[in-house]
Design a protein around this ligand. Structure first.
Ligand code: CS2
Ligand code: MG
Length: 402
């Protein structure tokens, strides 16, 4: 089965998405997500200018060989742009292989290891009371795990807190918005949020929190320790993951489980974290970590070291990525938890999909392939709009991780 065409489709149904659609001489098509929030056009150009010409005429069944050809063949390795572009090709080829076999992709990955994929939602608010009301709303919807993010008294804005509740979206504007950060204000406030949450919802609900890369290892160790009485399911991205060895210090001081991975693109960028058991959950996802082929390799390494999956599932990962993530989630032995931020109606219209939510779980569906597509006519009604992620500064003006 030969690849006859590949198109890069950029659309903005409320937010930007880049999608690759591959066509074959047998009439089967496949889709892959290539969205890199705030840097979308770099991946679109990488695909259009450097990858699509190499795909035409290739055997669509040769997924591994195509992966190696694009990865090793570029000479330049790793990085979010390269790995998102390769991911899009890889995802689309798995979609095609599933359709050719007449099977949902999870069947090609070894079949189901569980009935459904447990997901967590985001309870956000300016105040603790507002956050707790949101938690209650998620419980009414059947969620078994909730992430809590709250405005910090004395700071004008905080990561994870926005006007929209079900679709948090930080990217906007033709220049990046600037936020202000104080580690001191944050560290003294967060334990109060979780103390109230445990008082209200009891000991069993899985509670999570995202630090969004803002602390140093010793500050993160202090936070982890102060949250121990509240038994978090995970503390996410406590420090930037550039220095893998930095996590050792956190580990030496706290039993709060650590989750990392949404900005990690390759197995080489998390191998030390995993091999040294410095983390508990690896949160890479299909689009930014080289597709189903490469992410499965990361999850397999993680399984050997007691590390479970916790894939990133924010709104900037398209329904194509979510579908692919669910096929992996349902099949791997070491699944932990899947993030699920709902997409807007306009996004769901552009990306018709078979996966569905019920009672705290997502189900990938039984359609052959990934069970997701892009409606190109609908996509054309939503042209690209530049949007940047915010930049963060300390109160004295120093640039700080956002
Ligand atoms: C986040 C994301 O979902 C998460 O855990 O950290 O919202 C992240 O900020 C965005 O995906 C960035 O594009
Ligand atoms: Mg995060």
């Amino acid at each position: 089965m030969k690849i006859t065409d590949a198109r890069v489709i950029v659309t903005c149904p409320g937010r930007n998405f880049v999608t690759l659609k591959i066509e074959t001489d047998e009439g089967l098509t496949g889709v892959g997500d290539a969205t890199l929030n705030g840097r979308e056009l770099a991946v679109a150009a990488y695909l259009r200018d450097h990858v699509v010409p190499l795909l035409i005429g290739r055997d669509a069944h040769r997924i591994e060989d195509t992966w190696q050809y694009l990865y090793q063949g570029a000479y330049w390795r790793r990085g979010p742009v390269t790995m998102s572009a390769i991911a899009a090709v890889d995802t689309a080829l798995w979609d095609i292989k599933g359709k050719a076999a007449g099977l949902p992709v999870y069947q090609l990955l070894g079949g189901r290891s569980r009935e459904g994929v447990t997901v967590y939602g985001h309870a956000n608010g300016e105040t603790v009371d507002e956050v707790l009301d949101e938690v209650a709303r998620y419980l009414d919807l059947g969620y078994r795990a909730v992430r809590l993010q709250c405005g910090v008294p004395g700071l004008p804005s905080t990561y994870g807190v926005g006007a929209d509740k079900m679709f948090y979206e930080p990217a906007r504007g033709t220049v990046p918005e600037e936020n202000v950060w104080s580690t001191e204000k944050y560290l003294s406030f967060v334990p109060k949020l979780f103390a109230r949450a445990r008082e209200e919802f009891g000991p069993e609900l899985r509670l999570l929190h995202d630090v969004h890369h803002r602390l140093t290892p010793i500050e993160a160790a202090r936070l982890g320790r102060s949250l121990e009485p509240y038994g978090l399911y995970w503390l996410e991205d406590p420090v930037p993951a550039d220095l893998q060895e930095g996590f050792r210090l956190i580990r030496e001081h706290t039993t709060t489980p650590i989750a990392v991975g949404e900005v990690i693109n390759s197995i080489w960028d998390c191998a030390d974290l995993i091999r040294n058991q410095l983390i508990d959950f690896i949160r890479c996802t299909v689009v930014h970590a080289g597709g189903i082929t490469h992410l499965r390799r990361i999850f397999d390494l993680a399984a050997l070291h007691h590390v479970r999956s916790g894939s990133h599932g924010a709104t900037d990962l398209s329904p194509v990525c979510m579908a692919a993530a669910l096929h992996l989630d349902v099949s791997i032995p070491n699944f932990g938890l899947q993030e699920y931020m709902r997409h807007t109606e306009a996004t769901d219209e552009v990306f018709p999909h078979g996966y569905h939510y019920a009672d705290g779980y997502l189900f990938p569906g039984e359609e052959p392939g990934l069970g997701v597509d892009i409606d190109e006519e609908a996509a054309a009604r939503y042209p690209y709009r530049q949007a940047y992620l915010p930049v963060n500064r300390l109160e004295d003006g120093t640039v700080h991780p956002w």
